[in-house]
Design a protein around this ligand. Sequence first.
Ligand SMILES: [Mn+2]
Length: 262
Amino acid sequence: MAISIKFLVKRAIKKELKKAIKVSLPNKTIIISDVHLVAHISRYHKCINTLIRELERYKQEGYKLVILGDFFDIWIASEKNIINAKHNQKLLNIIYSMLIVLITGNHDRIKYKILKKYCSDKLIVAKSIKCNNTLITHGNVGELTEYISWLNNISIYAVRGLSWLHRKGFFRELPRAANDVSKKHCYNLQAAQEALSINLICGHTHNPRIEYKECQNGHSIDHYYANTGCSSYVNGSIDILEYCSSKKNFNNAPCLQRFKYC
Ligand SMILES: [Mn+2]
């Protein structure tokens, strides 16, 4: 469920910009989102192995990690069960050692009380952060489910039910209808950020991209929209966004690069 109305999105982004915690990210930072980690071995198991392998490599090169929401899927399992699941330990241990910012999404509206105990004291858990002119948030900002809680509850129960049926073997693949609605929300999001002239990095839609918008005179770039994509594709691949704060490209914004690993 990701229905949204243009003006609500714009209003919500404005509000988020005011509330967002100011953070200056280290020069070597990677951003991932939408791992949707659960307590049982899920259809995403293959990508978890890819994620562990790549995180280990990035860690060796001195990178820090920002998770952009929906790290846990609380719609399906509790924080305690996810943290305690044996097969999640390897991934969680590397996350604990690299994580500096944890943004909450619509599938993990929790304060990550248990996870925080294992991470650095300096870990920032927030709905949004702001670096210069860049808003970094999960991407569900301004969706109708943010305003109408019963709509959100319907989504949760629908996902829980579908996930249970899926585990019981009633169907092989979960339906992906929500993706198209997410894309529509994404257009509203981009329209809002264009009006506000800010850079925006988010996840949520599972559609990786970096789009640069030119100034009205067409001579320079005004702002960008970047989506981290997803770290839990069924085929085992993951998306990672590399963020380099020292290489400014325009509008005082950091350089971004998008990678897909299999
Ligand atoms: Mn989401």
